[in-house]
Design a binder for this molecule. Structure first.
Ligand SMILES: O=C1C[C@@](O)(C(=O)O)C[C@@H](O)[C@@H]1O
Length: 175
């Protein structure tokens, strides 16, 4: 068996069936508090070609550049990721929880039904802002429910790509 865990006081490594503890190593955390993960759920990688009348003409690659640019202006080190895979997104949220990294999350359609995502968000150890490009409350009824909202620090929706910029700005006052 091999494995590794960390909390604020100890780091342990399981080697040949024995856990070796160390209290002298630094905890696995976001050391300078400036790193931010911007996580995007299914279909958002298709921004630009996906229903441009709803989501606009900006491509996902341009959204990535815009987030990095805004982050640089705010003194944040921003990493933008996108996946269509629920398990991958849950894994990224675990990584954020384990490293105390703030998150801007557009869960896309997972917003409305993924309890796995909700439970991963509930483990957060730093601010997590749920965001949406559109305002789901003004759209189809199935979009009116967010299973994530109750475990997020806050929600920003309906400002187009500015939702991302506003969330990054909000994080500078929260973290
Ligand atoms: O994929 C998305 C995008 C969205 O999260 C938004 O950013 O407006 C809204 C969701 O309802 C939808 O499933």
């Amino acid at each position: 068996m091999a494995g590794r865990f960390a909390d604020s006081a100890q780091v342990g490594t399981c080697f040949a069936g024995r856990w070796v503890l160390s209290t002298t190593l630094s905890p696995v955390t976001d050391a300078d508090g400036r790193r931010v993960l911007v996580l995007n759920g299914p279909n958002l990688g298709r921004l630009g070609s996906r229903e441009p009348d709803v989501y606009g003409a900006t491509k996902f690659a341009d959204l990535v550049s815009e987030c990095e640019k805004t982050g640089a202006e705010l003194g944040l080190e921003v990493e933008v990721r996108q996946t269509d895979d629920e398990a991958e997104l849950v894994g990224w949220l675990h990584e954020a929880a384990d490293t105390k990294t703030p998150v801007v999350l557009n869960p896309a359609a997972f917003t409305h039904y993924s309890y796995a995502l909700r439970d991963a968000c509930a483990q957060r150890t730093a601010p997590l802002i749920e965001i949406h490009i559109t305002n789901p409350a003004t759209r189809e009824e199935f979009r009116h429910t967010s299973v994530v909202a109750a475990v997020a620090t806050g929600t920003i929706a309906g400002f187009g790509l500015d939702s991302y910029r506003l969330a990054l700005r909000a994080l500078t006052t929260l973290s």
